[in-house]
Design a protein around this ligand. Sequence first.
Ligand code: GRF
Length: 208
Amino acid sequence: MKRIVILISGRGSNMKAIARACNAEGWDATVAAVISNRADAEGLAFAAECGIATAVVDHRAYADRAAFDAALAQAIDAHAPDLVLLAGFMRILTAPFVARYAGRLLNIHPSLLPAFGGLHTHRRAIAAGCKVAGATVHFVTPDLDHGPIVAQAAVPVLPGDTEESLAVRVLAREHVLYPLAVRWWIEGQLRVTGGVVEQLRGEPQLLA
Ligand code: GRF
């Protein structure tokens, strides 16, 4: 049984979607812990209610990123994870941290990468006149919001969309996309060659 640790900073709706899918679909996996850098992250309560171990590693208690990442890695490793997931985790991670979990660290980003890395993705997509937006699950590399793309979900940008209305449409797809990508990883269905991820059963890596 594979062990998953999920890192959050806030609402935790993607974490919930993954925990629910793991149970409902009977994955050969368990969410071993949910760890937040913020004690007030809403998602921690849900995790605790589900009987999932929780921990807080407050970045403000550490002098620099290296010290925080070392403490975070210690908290993660206490749960002996096979897979570590960033799900709305709002800290930039150092290269040594990323290297420690190479090949077993995934992130979800609310844009069609490589467009719109960083913050305010929906606002920027609307301002650019994009007709399509979406979300990306990718392996994490030291470059922020880069790394081999596991799967993407596309949604239309509709006339009159606001940052908020587009975010709602994208988030609904995130809750399908991220559990799917995680299940593929658990099942050993992902192969990365030269920075490109292949789904070994040939399942579509684009959700429309
Ligand atoms: C999501 O939009 C995710 O793509 C981004 O941060 C948001 C987190 O939402 N990385 P939640 O905490 O999972 O509800």
